[in-house]
Structures are given as structure tokens and as C-alpha cells.
Write a protein that binds this ligand. Structure first.
Ligand code: ADP
Length: 473
């Protein structure tokens, strides 16, 4: 047998046998064989000492070929090592969480009859802390230590409540997702590092549901601070650009706004003068003066409203998201353009959809899109010289999650060769800046929608339509 023993194991085999012989004791060990064809086999040799009738020491036992077992053990070791290497050297921060205590707490809640976690936490605010205590960070990789500004992983490992740098709301949403049995949860959130920096991160939790570790979660965290900052800067530039275009648009509308403002002011002057005359009579007609004063107040309010609308359009403000009715926004935009819209021979009809769901957006920016599309249509129709100019604005639900607004006019339409360039910055066929549609597109896209133009208007001119995601609850 020794002939076949792997050269590296010969010494070991000799030693074991020598020792067993010297002490006359049993042995159980493993060694390798090197076969003539170069193959390596693993053997497990088990033997006990026996003294035969001649008084000579012999060993009796068994030799088992354990090559297959050795191979599968090695494969497992390699795969574990590979997993560990991957885990530690991945360029994203990885955390391995043990949630078995959490799962127990969840089970308890379910037996108590709790079906939704969110309302339960609302009623028992301290429970969130208990849940945080129940999640253990078992392992983290190098990138985590670096990202969190820790000295080593001992500063991070342990109960999640020990590392209280995750926003509780984000933690809570992750828990609710687990409660609902979702296999993954992803969200952008902020994280405070151990050295006190606030970073933006994309956090995704996966619950692979492993056979041997069903409650394990793997959390991956990517530092997106730079990306978020770039996005914020882009939004700022976009807001500045939109503001500049709004101011330019107001410039175009100055004559119309002045006219609009002049109406209540002229009425105030007239009513004031008539009132004074009534007061100067030997017997002042106070009832008449009271009525006239009411008109003055109303007209002054109307003037103030116009100025407020202009001011909102003119001021530079940070975009503010709120739930809006698109038809309400259209109504406000049309009010803003009242003087333009009321011109002779122009019919602007707005068909609202009273059942339409709301959208999430910035009121001024969406108004700006409408004002721009409406002014464009009015200007285009003015070119044709037709006496009956028609603009129809319609809101519809194109599918349960998408609101669609269409503006159809009976102007000259868009030349086919211009269709592709319409939304480009500085593209204009009139004496304009050519920014209106470019800005409108960036505003609609920032709201998660799309805008397009064609010549499919039912009235013979251009049709502009844009979508916005509906907020369905
Ligand atoms: P501007 O109004 O300064 O030209 P816009 O970006 O708002 O800039 O519009 C770009 C071009 O799109 C316009 O010059 C015009 O040629 C075309 N356009 C916009 N709306 C219409 C419309 N309703 N009918 C025909 N052409 C239009």
C-alpha cells in the first residue's frame, strides 16, 4: 500500500502506523493515494491492533475510499470561500441580518390577530424600538466599514437599535414589507455615518429564504450622495430655466395683463367718481354709495388677484409637490389668460373630467405648461386669419393610472419636417425664444409624464397632448 501513498502523505502514514505499533493502539486517519494514472484518491483507514498466535502484532481494520466525500466537502468549502470573498470584496456595502427574533415577534402579533403592521406600530410606538432590538446585524463587509466611517466591524455588529443611524421611517417601511412577505424591499433614504456625515443611500433588502437560514436578510447599500446632489442640481437648473421662461412668457403677455388689470382699475375710478357725486349732493344717497363702494371693493380684489397670479408666475420658487386636480390647474391657467382667451372670434372650450383622479405636482409649473401650450395655439391660429378660431382642451383617463390632457386647435398645424424638432430648445418659427415647448417637456417629464405633438386635431390644426401619472388610492 505504501507504494501508492501520495508522496506528501508517506511521512504521515509512517508516523501513524509507527505510533500505533509502539503503543499497540487503534488508529483512524485519512491519507491520499497517488494512482499510476495520476489520479488522487482519499482513503480513511481504520484499524485495531491484534496479536496473533505467534505473538506478532497485526492490525485488522478497513480501508474506505472517501474520495467522493472529500470532493464534495472541498466544493462546499470553495463555494463558501467564494461567497465570503464576494461578500467582503463587493463594491457595495453588504449587511447580513438575522431576523429570527423579529420573525418570532411577528408570529406573536399574528396569533394576537394583528393583520396590518403599520396601524399596530402607530398605536404602540414603543414597539418599533422592540422590533429594532430584534434585528441583529451579524456580518458586514469592508465597504460597509468604509462607508460608515467605522474603525472596524465591531462598531456596527449587534442589534440594529445599537446602530441607530438608519432613518426610523425607512426601517419601518422595510419591516412592513417583510410583514407582507415580500421577498425584497428597496428605497432611497438617508443614513448617518458613525463620524456624523449624512449620506444618501439606495438600500435594498433581500430575504432569500434559505433552507438552512430562513430568517436571514441581506441588505445592500449604495452611496448615492453624489448622484442625489447632481439630481438636485439638475432640478435647480431646471427650475431656474423654467422660471426664466415664465418671466419671458410674462413679458409676451404684458399687454394682455395690463389690459386685464386696467378693467377693474377703470371700474374703480368710475365707481369712485360716481360715489363722490352722490356724497356731494345736498342729501347724500348713502344706499347708492354703499352699493358703489361694494363694487369698488370687488374690483380692487379682482385687481389684487391678477397681481397675485402674475407674482406667482414671476417669482422663483422651489418646486413643491402637492395633490392637484389637473382641471383646476387648467381653469387657473385660463383665468390667467382671460384677456387673451376672450378675444373676438376665439372659442376656447375646456371639457373637464370631474371623475379624474388627482396628480402629484407643482401647481405653478403645470400652469406654466398650460399657459404656454394655450398661448402657442392662440398665436398659431392668429396666423391663419380665420374668423372662427377653436381651441378645445380635454382631460381624460387614458388608463386607470394615467391622466391625459389634449389641446386641439384649428390653426395651420405643424409642418411635418418640424415635428421632430418642436421640443428642441431654441426651435421657433416665429419671433419667439423657442424655449416654451422645451421647458414644457422637461416639466412634464419631471412629473413622470410624456408630451407629444401631431396634426391629429379634430378641428384641423395641431394637437398637443401630455400624460401625467394619476394618484390612485
Ligand atoms: P416659441 O413659442 O418661442 O416659438 P415654443 O417652444 O413654444 O417656442 O414653440 C416652438 C414652435 O412650435 C413654434 O415656433 C411653432 O412653430 C410650433 N408650435 C407650437 N405650438 C403650435 C401650434 N399649436 N400650432 C402650430 N405650431 C405650433
Amino acid at each position: 500500500v505504501l507504494n501508492r501513498v501520495h508522496p506528501d502523505d508517506i511521512e504521515l502514514v509512517r508516523k501513524v502506523i509507527k505510533r500505533a505499533a509502539a503503543h499497540r493502539e487503534a488508529f483512524d486517519f485519512e491519507h491520499r493515494l497517488l494512482m499510476p494514472d495520476g489520479l488522487v484518491k482519499h482513503l480513511n483507514v481504520v484499524a485495531s491492533p491484534l496479536i496473533d498466535e505467534t505473538g506478532e502484532l497485526q492490525f485488522v481494520g478497513a480501508v474506505m475510499d472517501i474520495t467522493a466525500r472529500k470532493k464534495s466537502e472541498e466544493a462546499l468549502r470553495n463555494s463558501e470561500q467564494r461567497y465570503r470573498d464576494l461578500f467582503h470584496h463587493m463594491p457595495i456595502a453588504l449587511w447580513q441580518l438575522n431576523a429570527s427574533k423579529l420573525v418570532e415577534l411577528f408570529k406573536g402579533l399574528r396569533t394576537e390577530g394583528v393583520t396590518e403592521l403599520g396601524p399596530y406600530i402607530d398605536q404602540h410606538p414603543n414597539f418599533l424600538q422592540q422590533l429594532m432590538d430584534a434585528v441583529m446585524i451579524e456580518e458586514v463587509n469592508e465597504r460597509t466599514i468604509e462607508m460608515l466611517g467605522a474603525l472596524d466591524k465591531s462598531e456596527i455588529l449587534g442589534s440594529m437599535s445599537r446602530f441607530a443611524h438608519i432613518h426610523p421611517d425607512a426601517f419601518r417601511r422595510g419591516l412592513e414589507s417583510r410583514w407582507r412577505g415580500e421577498p425584497t424591499h428597496q428605497e432611497e433614504t438617508k443614513l448617518v455615518t458613525l463620524d456624523g456625515r449624512a449620506i444618501d443611500v439606495l438600500m435594498s433588502a433581500t430575504r432569500p429564504g434559505l433552507m438552512n437560514d430562513p430568517d436571514m436578510s441581506l441588505v445592500g447599500i449604495i452611496d448615492i450622495t453624489e448622484r442625489v446632489r447632481a439630481r438636485e442640481m439638475l432640478q435647480q437648473v431646471q427650475a431656474d430655466f423654467a422660471h426664466a421662461a415664465r418671466v419671458a412668457m410674462l413679458g409676451e403677455l404684458t399687454a394682455s395683463i395690463a389690459h386685464e388689470l386696467n378693467q377693474p382699475l377703470a371700474a374703480i375710478v368710475t365707481n369712485g367718481e360716481v360715489g363722490l357725486r352722490f356724497l356731494n349732493r345736498s342729501e347724500p344717497d348713502l344706499a347708492e354709495v354703499r352699493e358703489l363702494t361694494k363694487c369698488v371693493v370687488n374690483d380692487a380684489r379682482r385687481a389684487a388677484d391678477i397681481i397675485a397670479r402674475v407674482r406667482t408666475m414671476a417669482t422663483r420658487q422651489a418646486a413643491e409637490q402637492e395633490l392637484l386636480s389637473v382641471d383646476e390647474v387648467i381653469g387657473e391657467a385660463l383665468l390667467f389668460l382671460r384677456h387673451e382667451v376672450q378675444s373676438d372670434g376665439l372659442m376656447v372650450t375646456h371639457y373637464p373630467d370631474p371623475t379624474a383622479p388627482k396628480v402629484l405636482g407643482d401647481r405653478t409649473q403645470l400652469q406654466q405648461v398650460f399657459v404656454n401650450l394655450t398661448v402657442n395655439a392662440i398665436q398659431a391660429m392668429a396666423q391663419t386669419g380665420t374668423t372662427r378660431r377653436t381651441l378645445v382642451i380635454r382631460t381624460t383617463l387614458s388608463d386607470p393610472h394615467t391622466l391625459c390632457c389634449t389641446l386641439e386647435d384649428n390653426g395651420p398645424g405643424i409642418k411635418p419636417e418640424h415635428l421632430d424638432r418642436l421640443f428642441d430648445s431654441f426651435f421657433t418659427t416665429k419671433d419667439g425664444m423657442g424655449l416654451g415647448l422645451a421647458i414644457s417637456r422637461s416639466l412634464i417629464e419631471a412629473h413622470g409624464g410624456r408630451i407629444r405633438a401631431d396634426n391629429e386635431s379634430a378641428y384641423g390644426g395641431a394637437r398637443f397632448s401630455f400624460t401625467l401619472p394619476a394618484q390612485v388610492h
